[in-house]
Design a protein around this ligand. Structure first.
Ligand code: NDP
Length: 481
């Protein structure tokens, strides 16, 4: 039987083809509420796009444990080999707006939401293990250099290189961005990294530090600048087509999930700050440990409801996993949830895709989108403490205390920091062909920027490696010839 068309209030609609007018040629009547409702809803079909990571592609999937890591963490998601946890993933580019072409050279977001029995665990990472900055104070400044110039309304190479040239800690990430890994063919052809250092807490309430890695089983594949230009000329939706098409065809992409572990005493002894987002932990010192497999196996039924309004935040953490002193992680704990309150609405966690799959009880009240009403577990318990059976705290979930010390001050984050050693290690492990593409991609990105600004950046490249600086110079000369 055909379903009856109604208004959002359920009132049946007699005619969905013709507006109500005064005479066949006449003006429309104000009382044609169905017309007003359709127009009003259309006006509200967009929510503000994300300031960063606006263009995204997502899918549902499963995380399966293959190895026992319970000695490190009591997190229920890792409880036993074979355990499966439903999850959802959103990949994205960072700089482009919602209509941007998928195959542009950019860092890719790699955001994961795991629906565990103890609430949602969000790991909001990238396809790179490091980031452009280590102090969140610089995040708005950095992002402004990636976005549009206030007057020209175009992206500005000058802004990017002016900032990077004065921020040597960025060049590790810039090296990855300008390498083959900066332009993966599809979302399936890239690794994911939690990037930040997190804490693991085990059943004995002991803490170790952890980094998360997601290694593609599909293999790395990339486009050169020329190939990506050609691809973008053919389609702006390369990633959506690849991810959606692959899952629709039953070819489910997978990633091997691995961790690195560092003890608290090891963290005191590393030459670098293990909570510095511009640094990796070398595999030779902290080898990868197998954990499980992530598979994406179900396309969303509705992109807007399941991808656009899916709200990931590093603040969503579960017992057995904790934060670390990483300054950028600390700031994201605030800024991601705050972005969703602004972008989607106060009670954005009540949307089906964001709701935990376990009982949820809290005392937040009223406000936009409070569709579930009172959720503290009892009608009269709308404050806490109460005598009406409302939800109460569970002290056994308390984390072990973390000793912190030091005078409150603004410490120069560049003091005593080697910003050149790790990009040098990456440069040196590349093949000659990879290095040639790194140099030419970098030179192309510098095109049109003044020599004064580029010379400052090249001074830092020389300190990473003279061969690196000279390689870029030669590629620039070839480009300008
Ligand atoms: P390893 O030789 O053990 O590891 C090198 C890593 O580099 C591998 O994980 C490899 O990924 C990855 N890699 C290869 N090409 C690129 C590229 N163009 N962009 C980014 N990553 C790439 O050495 P170390 O652990 O001592 O690290 C050396 C350098 O490698 C680091 O300074 C860092 O720049 C980079 N790196 C290190 C990672 C880490 O967690 N230790 C992670 C990623 C990069 P794959 O195995 O998938 O090929």
């Amino acid at each position: 039987m055909t379903k009856k068309l109604t208004t959002t209030a359920g009132n049946p609609i007699a005619d969905n083809q013709n507006s109500q007018t005064a005479g066949a040629r006449g003006p429309v009547l104000m009382q044609d509420y169905q017309l007003l409702e359709k127009l009003a809803h259309q006006n509200r079909e967009r929510i503000p796009e994300r300031v960063v990571h606006a263009k995204g592609w997502g899918a549902h999937g499963t995380f399966t444990v293959t190895h026992d890591i319970s000695k490190y963490t009591k997190a229920s998601i890792f409880a036993e080999i074979g355990k499966e946890t439903p999850m959802i993933c959103r990949f994205s580019t960072v700089a482009g707006e919602m209509g941007a072409a998928d195959n542009e050279r950019d860092v890719r977001g790699f955001a994961l939401k795991f629906y565990t029995e103890e609430g949602n665990w969000d790991l909001v990472g990238n396809n790179t293990p490091v980031f452009f900055l280590r102090d969140p104070y610089k995040f708005p400044d950095f992002i402004h250099t990636q976005k549009r110039h206030p007057k020209t309304n175009m992206r500005s190479g000058t802004a990017m290189w002016d900032y990077w040239g004065q921020s040597p800690e960025a060049l590790h990430q810039v090296t990855i961005l300008m390498s083959d890994r900066g332009c993966p063919k599809t979302p399936m052809n890239m690794n994911g990294y939690g990037s930040h250092t997190y804490a693991f807490i085990n059943a004995d309430n002991e803490r170790v530090w952890v980094k998360f890695h997601f290694k593609t089983q599909q293999g790395h594949a990339f486009y050169t600048n020329a190939e990506s230009n050609e691809k973008i000329g053919q389609t702006r939706e390369g990633y959506q087509e690849a991810l959606f098409g692959s899952i629709e065809a039953g070819d489910f992409p997978k990633w091997d999930v691995k961790i690195q572990i560092m003890t608290e005493s090891q963290a005191d002894a590393t030459a670098y700050n293990p909570f510095d987002l511009t640094k990796v932990w070398p595999h030779g010192d902290f080898p990868l440990i197998d954990v499980g497999v992530m598979e994406l196996n179900r396309n969303p039924e509705n992109y807007f409801a399941e991808v656009e309004t899916c709200a990931y935040s590093p603040s969503n953490i579960v017992p057995g996993i904790g934060f670390s002193p990483d300054k950028v992680l600390q700031s994201r704990i605030f800024s991601y949830a705050d972005a969703h309150r602004y972008r989607i609405g106060t009670h954005y966690e009540q949307l089906p895709v964001n709701q935990p799959k376990c009982p949820m009880n809290h005392y937040h009240k009223d406000g936009a989108m409070n569709v579930l009403g009172q959720v503290s577990g009892a009608t009269d318990a709308y404050y806490e403490p109460n005598s009406f059976g409302g939800a109460t705290e569970t002290p056994s979930y308390a984390e072990p205390s973390l000793p912190l010390s030091g005078d409150a001050d603004r410490y120069n984050h560049r003091d005593g920091n080697d910003d050149y050693g790790q990009p040098r290690a990456l440069h040196d492990l590349m093949s000659d062909e990879q290095r040639a593409r790194l140099y030419s991609n970098t030179a192309e990105a510098m095109h049109g920027v003044s020599d004064e600004i580029i010379d400052v950046a090249l001074g830092h490249y020389d300190q990473i490696s003279q061969a690196y600086g000279d390689g870029i110079r030669a590629a620039r000369a070839a480009l300008l010839a």
